[in-house]
Each structure stands twice: as structure tokens, then as C-alpha cells.
Design a protein around this ligand. Sequence first.
Ligand code: OGA
Ligand code: MN
Length: 279
Amino acid sequence: MNIENIGTNLGAEVRGVDLTDTDAETVGVLRQVFRAHGVLVFRDQPVTDDQQVAFSRHFGTIEPTLPSDPYGGGGLINRIGNVDAAGEIIPSDDKRSLYQAGNMLWHADGSFRAAPLKASFLSAKEVPPAGGETEFASVRAAFADLPEGRKTELEGLVAEHSMAHSRAQIAPDLMTEAFSREAPPVRHDLIRIVPETGEKMLHVGSYASHIIGWPVEKGRALLLELLEWATQPRYVVSHSWRADDLVMWDNRCCLHRGRPWAFDEDRRIMHRTTLKGTD
Ligand code: OGA
Ligand code: MN
């Protein structure tokens, strides 16, 4: 196995592993490498859905998508892309596309859940010839670099997160009533502590709406300031996809967002599995 850093703050490319054939020793090493780097890139891994599920389970328990998710609920595989079941490109102004456009806002997967999702695995099936990258930002390095006084001010603050807040930034009527009911707002500490390591992370992103006990606008301004801080170029790495790439990331130590491509011309199909959180 060969491991090469991608950014100074985040990410590594791992070579010399076949994700469909990992023994206990390899899994042990990958767990350590994942903890250290937060984002792992594997090239040339043409996994089936079952193989992706099996690989993901080495790192935790898979959380199915919410049953009422209007765009593919209740399964182990979250299909992300611009192609419908019949193989046709979904127009970019279709509601399904707008809903997925939420992926283009900086976020941590599932932070609208009471137990935010721990890690995500994304396998590229079809990728556009240009654009469609995924960017990752280290909220570990961003927190560590904050002035000490700022860290103290943030201590004890709690933010409200919701799916509704994220999708309201795209278009006003994207949430179905059933989905809103199933995903009510939740509260998370602004400073997230990773239980295994005790490390502190900034917990911000598109689902974070406001600070509990503060006027909404004041809280929103703080969350925006911290998001801008955490997504400065020095904390960000970009992944340019090739078909059969598999990228896994720890949602606690990084934010991510998708980048645009020629939505109405080029196909992009990705399959995601996601692990349950604990807090
Ligand atoms: C995701 C996501 C971005 C992308 O799969 O959770 O946000 O580039 N994807 O597809
Ligand atoms: Mn995501």
C-alpha cells in the first residue's frame, strides 16, 4: 500500500489496494490512515453496490436514506446524479435536480440528523468530461488555526441544523411535508468533539441555520463568518473525478461540496453509502 498526501491539511490518495479484497490487516491500516487524513481517494475501483456496501461496513454501520426522502428514500445506496431510471438526463430546472443542488453548498452529510452521519463513500459510475469536481475543506485545521480568544467565545454555543434551511437556500418549495416532518430541526454544539480522538472541529455548513438563544440574524452572521473562514483555499482540496474512483470522507473533520458541470448535456452518476453517527 502506498499513501500520498493530497493537501497540506486534508486528504490522501491510497494506491495498491483492491477494495473488493481487503484482509483484516489492510482494513486496520486503512482505519488508521482514514483517521489521520479525513479524505481517502482510491482510483480504479470498479465496485458493485454490494461490494461498496461490504467495504463501507468495515468502518461502521450503514445508515439508510430517510424513508420519505422524495428522491430515493430508504435504501443503502444513495444515487446522486442527473440521470433518471430510464437513463435520460434530468433537466437542471427539474425539482429533483434542484433538490440535489443542495450538494453544491458546503455541508457535512446528515448534519440535519440528531446523530449526524459519520463517514461517506462515493463511487463514480459516470463522470462529465469537465467540471463536477468535489471539494473538501478541513474543519479540523480551520478550528485549530482560530485565535485562542475566538475559540473561547465559541465554547458552549449550540446551532440549529435543518434540511429545510439548506434547501431554502436553493428554492422555496423543495421540501415535501412528509420529509419535513421526518427531518425536524436538530441542535448540535458549534464545536464538535470527535469521541475517538478528543479533537475539536468547527461544526458549520449549509444545514446550520442559527445559534440557539441568539437573534437569528446575529447567529446566521456568525455561522457565515465561520463557514467563510473554514473554506479558505488553504483548507480546501479538490477532487477531479474519473469513472471508478471511490472517495471516502469523515463528515466530522471536513465539509464538502460538489462543483457545477454542463448539467443538461453531460451525465454524472455517483453511488453513495453513509455510516451512522453516534452523537
Ligand atoms: C454527497 C455530495 C457532492 C458531489 O455525495 O454527499 O455532497 O460532488 N456529493 O457529488
Ligand atoms: Mn454530501
